[in-house]
Design a protein around this ligand. Structure first.
Ligand code: BES
Ligand code: MN
Ligand code: ZN
Length: 491
């Protein structure tokens, strides 16, 4: 765990293990960016050395150099913010801070002297630093610990605004790191029952109440989708409700998360290569859990009800068969043509359960389709749904430094989901597969304003880490959902 504080003191005099400075690329070459309380003259000597050091200031460039005589720290860590004409933007600061703290594993005490003069910049640097410091070392018998103590130098340290920005950054940092922990956990250890226990443990001592439906309660309640998907596993499914209901709530949002703790495909078995990352198929549920907890930590005046639809999709003897017909919570019958299209089945039940409470809006988040990855790659999420809420998600994402692009729900694809023997099939046209999945979910939301976030690509980073994004689970979507709730609170 990384501890972070604001400090108004001159960072040049800090006896820290590392001093982190931002370097920008400009038309006249690389330049160290200083701002209050960091005196420019303390880094003037280092600034002139940048060409010789080969430092360009490009994003994700992190270079470690001896601190020299003008600085009390042991080493300087130079982190690139990219090409800058004036001041770096908030996302550039977030990423530069994250890339730096990622490189600080094993360090005890570091001072961040990135340009952070106002509350928004303080929030961005703090968020990036906390997300970047994350490491998943749970199963490693030896691994350097994340940087223990961070001091963020800012002239605004004592202001209410900067302290609030810090508190928000800590809530975001904690939420993203806890979401990543759940995603990165081995599916041998994380399955519906242990996920539900983890939700209970995480909510203990907070204003969030957790209700768990076990397999008997799911049968009694008629949750045919969650049960059908869970049947092929020796480890039964769960539906977890996490409710944050403050006294004076401006609105009620329901968040629904896909929680497939492992997706083998079921009897429509995936090829081995496609299965390697399928422990991440519960990223939506993990994100929902920790968004609700972050909203509670920040005491947002919005009621938020999270629904975690948890099941393990396995091909065991009890597994559902392609051609099975199942009955969902609202009575809709579904012909299961492909057991690997399981996310929409568990989500449908959870959407119906969410809708029954008559919230003002429902937002679901899911690693739902390979088509999402084909369309938008691994860094950009997709959002479908009713127009206003879809727009609100795009706007919220932009403001927090995540990317969600609006996608349509074309009417002409709906007939491809027709079944000759049931109300609807769980698979339709292959082309536009992300949109077809969205159209399936649409059948279960009634007339509630609704947005569907497909994060199949961005939920998990298989490549090298970058900025504040680690390898493995990313926690992508949490900041957008929290931003959406904050916007609702402000209305
Ligand atoms: N969990 C997968 C989607 C996925 C694919 C997530 C790649 C992350 C990376 C989902 O359950 C799935 O298997 N979807 C199928 C649906 C198809 C059978 C209609 C897909 O997209 O291939
Ligand atoms: Mn699947
Ligand atoms: Zn899946």
């Amino acid at each position: 765990m990384t501890d972070l504080n604001l400090s108004p003191k001159n960072p040049a005099r800090a006896h820290a293990d590392a001093l982190v400075l931002a370097v920008a690329g400009t038309d006249d070459g690389a330049r160290i960016l200083t701002a209050e309380p960091m005196p420019a003259k303390a880094v003037a000597a280092l600034d002139t050395l940048l060409p010789a050091l080969g430092v360009t200031g490009k994003a994700d460039e992190v270079v470690r150099v001896p601190a020299g005589e003008d600085l009390a720290a042991t080493v300087v860590v130079l982190t690139g913010v990219g090409k800058v004409t004036d001041r770096p933007g908030l996302e550039a600061l977030r990423r530069a801070a994250g890339a730096a703290t990622r490189s600080l594993a094993g360090t005890e005490h570091a001072v961040l002297a990135l340009p952070a003069e106002n509350a928004a910049q303080v929030g961005a640097v703090a968020e990036g630093a906390l997300m970047g410091a994350y490491r998943f070392d749970h199963y490693k018998t030896s691994d350097p610990a994340p940087v223990a103590r961070l001091e963020l130098a800012t002239p605004a340290a004592k202001t209410k605004e900067a302290q609030a920005a810090l508190a928000r950054a800590v809530a975001v940092g904690d939420g993203v790191r806890a979401t990543r922990d759940l995603i990165n956990a081995s599916p041998r250890h994380l399955y519906p029952e242990t996920f539900a226990e983890a939700a209970r443990a995480a909510a203990a001592g907070t204003d969030v109440t957790v209700t768990v439906l076990d397999e008997q309660e799911l049968v009694a309640g008629g949750y045919g989708g969650i049960l059908a998907v869970g049947m092929g596993s020796a480890r039964p499914p769960r539906l977890v409700k996490v409710d944050y209901a403050p006294a004076r709530a401006a609105a009620h949002y329901a968040l629904v998360g896909k929680g497939i703790t492992f997706d083998s495909g079921g009897l429509s078995l995936k090829p081995a290569k496609s299965m390697e990352t399928m422990k991440d198929d519960m990223a939506g549920a993990a994100t929902v859990l920790h968004t609700v907890l972050a909203a509670a930590a920040l005491a947002l005046p919005v009621r938020v009800t999270g629904w975690l639809a948890l099941a393990e999709n396995m091909p065991g003897g009890g597994a559902q068969r392609p051609s099975d017909v199942i009955t969902m919570l609202d009575g809709t019958t579904v012909e299961v043509l492909n057991t690997d299209a399981e996310g929409r089945l568990v989500l449908a039940d959870a959407l119906v359960a969410a809708r029954e409470e008559r919230p003002d809006a429902i937002v679901d988040i899911a690693t739902l389709t390979g088509a999402q990855v084909a369309a938008l790659g691994t860094r950009i999420g997709a959002v479908m749904g009713t127009e206003d809420l879809r727009g609100a998600v795009v706007t919220a994402a932009e403001a927090v430094g995540e990317e969600f692009w609006p996608m349509p729900l074309p009417e002409e694809l709906r007939p491809s989901l027709k079944s000759s023997i049931a109300d609807i099939a769980n698979m339709g046209d292959r082309f536009g597969g992300m949109l077809v999945a969205g159209l399936f979910l649409q059948e279960f939301v009634g007339d509630t304003p609704w947005a569907h976030l497909d994060v199949a690509g961005p939920a998990y980073n298989e490549k090298a880490p970058y900025g504040y994004t680690s390898k493995g689970g990313t926690g992508m979507g949490l900041r957008t959902l929290l931003g959406l709730l904050e916007a609702a609170a402000a209305r």
